[in-house]
Design a protein around this ligand. Structure first.
Ligand code: URA
Length: 438
């Protein structure tokens, strides 16, 4: 097989066989295909696309490039949940302990935040002592013992995806549904769970803003998952305004604790319970998502979810004191407020801008590996649809540096749109793929 022939085949609109795709990925992973040839192939794929068979073959080749976890010795269905990324998206941290408390083991491998979106691992690492750098063996042991563990993606899993994604990032070839679906699903398949819930975010604060594309991605990933023998459901959810009120790592952990104590923002509680209900129905723990939602709400109200979250944090080295006394979590030195310039209905809070402002403050990264400040971020005081009076506080900005605080204040001031006409707000969920029950 010659790489050049395969590039030309795809460039001219041909279909690659599973064998050819397997060859390309394993040779690229071994360093035997130079970046310039792989870049040409990626651009050919970007324009010509991959059919369903090619996309599944690419997923399998990426997954098989590293270790494949296997939880079959647990004798139970293991669940995983993935979000395509958003602003203030702390749903995993509420949903995972609730689902684990319902008796379904959750094994979650997460990434760090990049750009305007936050990452679950960064949020957890804002708890002093918490470690997400687990060995695969320790991860599996904790899933067995506690029914819940969250670890950071390592090079032992899907190494070829890491290399391919880095190349896509610098060659303008990220935004292709087949490539995105294969990349995400390869990590889900390698991570070993047999029931997968995918949260595809759509809106201003998500990578996908278009409804057709969001559903196309959801459908593509569900098809791949089913072909690879997984139970899978994908939910397209709103990301036009931030989820909850807090955006920023330690600030979001405080909000998660409040939700698990039954005192959190209704949108975070509701979406966590709705998505978790689908997961419980998917693994067959309940007869339908509604029954799952009832059960999760019960476990939220009786504190079982909170206890499970604490158990996970302590098992992974986190300081339990900080969860009892949230003022012990990292705190910023300064807090600035944004006031409403006029009275009216709050019509828009641009989630993307809020995410960018959080990154300016130091809560996010502009390049891989950048050090972040766990204490900074934004706490909103209102949601879209609320009525505000002139002078009301719209948001609190938490910062440690006067210059970045000033820049954040300037940027954030233009983020809120207030008008005389009532704004309806956004639905939490746009659709479920496949429609439930299937
Ligand atoms: N997230 C991934 O893991 N891969 C992509 O290609 C895009 C988003």
């Amino acid at each position: 097989m010659r790489v050049l022939d395969l590039i030309i085949k795809k460039r001219d609109g041909g279909n690659l066989t599973a064998e050819e795709i397997g060859f390309l990925i394993s040779e690229f992973d071994r360093g035997n295909i130079p970046d310039y040839q792989m870049s040409a192939l990626l651009m050919a794929i970007y324009f010509q696309g991959l059919n369903a068979r090619e996309t599944t073959a690419l997923t399998a080749a990426l997954a098989e490039s590293g270790e494949m976890l296997d939880f079959s010795s647990l004798g139970a269905i293991v669940a995983d949940k993935h979000s395509s990324g958003g602003v203030g998206d702390k749903i995993t941290l509420v949903l995972a302990p609730l689902v684990a408390a319902a008796g379904v083991p959750v094994a979650k491998i997460s990434g760090r935040g990049l750009g305007f979106t936050g990452g679950t691992i960064d949020k957890l690492e804002s708890i002093p002592g918490f470690s997400a750098r687990l060995s695969v063996e320790k991860f599996m042991e904790l899933v067995q013992e506690n029914s819940l563990a969250i670890m950071v993606q390592t090079e032992r899993l899907t190494p070829a995806d890491g290399k391919l994604y880095a190349l896509r990032n610098v060659t303008g070839t990220v935004e292709n549904i087949s490539l995105i679906a294969a990349s995400i699903m390869s990590k889900k398949i390698a991570a070993g769970a047999n029931a997968i819930l995918l949260d595809v975010k759509m809106g201003r604060g998500a990578f996908i803003q278009n409804r057709d594309e969001a559903f196309h991605l959801a459908e593509t990933m569900v098809r791949i998952g089913k072909e690879m023998g997984r139970r899978i459901v994908s939910v397209v959810t709103d990301m036009n305004q931030p989820l909850g009120f807090a955006v920023g790592n330690a600030l979001e952990i405080k909000e998660v604790m409040n939700v698990l104590r039954g005192q959190g923002p209704p949108d975070v509680e509701r979406l966590s319970v709705l998505l978790g209900g689908y997961l419980l129905a998917l693994v067959g723990k309940v007869r339908n998502p509604e029954e799952g939602q009832e059960e999760l709400l019960r476990l939220l109200k009786n504190g079982a979810g909170l206890e499970k979250f604490k158990q996970m944090v302590i098992s992974q080295g986190g300081d339990a004191q900080c969860l009892e006394d949230l003022s012990l979590l990292p705190q910023a030195k300064f807090v600035e407020t944004i006031k409403a310039p006029k009275s009216g209905y709050l019509r828009e809070i641009d989630a993307r801008k809020v995410g960018k402002v959080a990154a300016i403050l130091g809560a996010g990264r502009s390049f891989k590996g950048e050090k972040i400040d766990f204490s900074v971020g934004i706490v909103l005081n209102h949601k879209v649809g609320n009525i505000v009076a002139e002078g009301d506080t719209l948001a609190y900005i938490h910062g440690n540096n006067e210059d970045t605080l000033k820049a954040a204040f300037k940027e954030l001031s233009g983020t809120f749109s207030i008008g005389e006409e009532k704004a309806e707000g956004f639905p939490l969920i746009y659709g479920v793929v496949p429609p439930f029950p299937s």
